[in-house]
Write a protein that binds this ligand. Sequence first.
Ligand SMILES: [Zn+2]
Ligand SMILES: [Zn+2]
Length: 345
Amino acid sequence: MFCASPQPATSPQEANYQAQKKPLRTKNVIIVVIDGPRYSETWAVTPGLIPNMSARMKPKGGFLSNFYNDAYTYTNSGHAAITTGVNQPIDNNGDELPANPSIFQYFLKQSGKPATAAWIVSSKDKLHMLANTQRPDWQGTYQPSFDGGISGPGSGYRMDSLTLEAAKNVLNTHKPNLVLINFMEPDGFAHAGNSENYLRGISRNDRYVKQLWDFLNDDSYYKNKTTLIITNDHGRHLDGIDGGWMEHGDSCEGCQKISLLALGPDFRKGRVIENRYTLVDIAPTVARLLRFEMDPAVVVPRADTTVVKVAMDSTAVAQVLDSIRIEIKMEPATMKGQVIKELFK
Ligand SMILES: [Zn+2]
Ligand SMILES: [Zn+2]
């Protein structure tokens, strides 16, 4: 006797989601991170310094008008939030690896592609740290390729025009599917207190992003198959806070409010999305576009101070400071990021 088992009930929400889940055309994702411009010098006054992005590109994609780094507003933390989908405090000198594996590692592992299919191309050499993770079961595996700084890790920052050329060279030579590009001039010149070059950096980066978009659309391998996401790692202090535009790193609105513009064959055109999203939502969105899964179980480092009752080294006991030790503990957590679904057609 054939006995039909009852079909599991499908909720209306799930049926709706399944119906909306169209086949995707994206085969490549390029993320551009413009390092540290303040919203008040960019999207708050358009076209202003960003005519290419605001007037020419925005109508062709989706723009998030309430997008934030609502956690650690430093370069390495901001970038690690983008690539791992997790906010964590992290050493800003490049010596500390993210606690969790990255979109590069998940993509390379699940696609079975070689290391040249995923790249980090960066003006700041210290961002080589995005290529690896502290997580023991992932450390040293499925790492993306890196082209950054003057001549690699420890060589210093290079100008963004050279990073743009390096990125085009990588795209031409290796045809990668997943690339993160870091442009640093707005941040670098602001820290140097050079307002003219800070503003010039923003306007140059606006031009470089357009050149990259044109490059992708002129290349038969990338045309109509590539999603471009342009965002920031952090903003800068509001005027009057701790050095104003020159510095960043706290939770003021100037440091936290950033932008996201996204263009690609699966995204709606000319859409302004007002729902609030943050940096950790980029990774799940990229995972959806490139069809890989990320482990929702993550860890977040927390600093704990421990009082040391018996010092190991008895000659050091005399000082009060020696009785306290800071320990970094990895706390289990669940990934909070979500796909930015309003971008999709
Ligand atoms: Zn900075
Ligand atoms: Zn601030």
